[in-house]
Design a binder for this molecule. Sequence first.
Ligand code: ADP
Ligand code: MG
Length: 335
Amino acid sequence: MGAIRLEKVKKTFGTLDVIPGVDLDINDGEFVVFVGPSGCGKSTLLRLIAGLEDVTDGKILINGTDVANEAPAKRGLSMVFQSYALYPHMTVYNNIAFGLKMAGESKDVIDEKVQSAAKILNLTDYLERRPGALSGGQRQRVAIGRAIVRNPAAFLFDEPLSNLDAALRVNMRLEITGLHQELKTTMIYVTHDQVEAMTMADKIVVLQAGRVEQVGKPMDLYSNPANKFVAGFIGSPKMNFLGGDIAAKHDCHEIGVRPEHLAVSTESGEIAATVKIAEHLGAETYLHVEADGLGPMTVRATGEVDLGENDRIFLTPEQDRIHRFDQHGLTLSGA
Ligand code: ADP
Ligand code: MG
């Protein structure tokens, strides 16, 4: 069981107020992703939960018990780091077994747990190798194996895929999602990558400057961002923000339109624009345009679109996909 609750959790480093006060509920079995730009406090929040940092104030409840003053080992959580932190001179088997040996488990129990974790992670054939003879993805799986055998109340991942190349990252993303489906254990996963957040999370927590901007299911954040920050952070390419006349027409300070919610025509439409760069990705085309009187915009068009530098086009936003913001950047209801 791994239900985790943060109550007014606060962290300062000297005079630096890194986490001003976070309240959050994580349900047992949930896959929660903390996402936000570099330096926003994701790792600090995770390390507070793990007990690797002391809270300045507030409560951290694991299954109803406040553990804010407990040592990390007493919290029953397993952390997986970006750097893997494997012992290079030990075999994969011994790396996975190490924590259990230190805890004085019997040989039989250790063997059963290591073999079972190896099976889940496709490491059975690699147990006698040393980390140096493994790929980056396999090393990351060993680090996860070491966490699995401890049978934690929750897994804590801090940007575990950052050291892998793009193709491997996509693979490992699927593996970790599959692992969660199999183990059904609570997972808290930290990343600056909104694509990882969108694809992996049951629940996303968007952070900025140590504050929770919004909590919700991936598609809820995409469709109904609470403010301009979340609207701009979730989704790729980023949402276009437009002021001036078009915002006035919609009775607000600024509107937001995602690149995929703009219809492209060479004949007529609401916004006239000139194509600056067309990025042909095969399946789709990103048009980077200069809109008359509005400035740069990005449009997500079909793969076959035959447009290039200096072509004149017209864009029309899907009316029910327009986001409206007030002068504070908060979302206004209705279009
Ligand atoms: P993220 O993981 O989102 O990139 P961090 O949690 O690592 O962000 O850092 C949040 C802020 O706290 C940053 O401004 C960072 O410089 C600061 N910080 C983190 N750890 C310490 C520390 N031990 N001492 C002082 N400042 C720290
Ligand atoms: Mg970090």
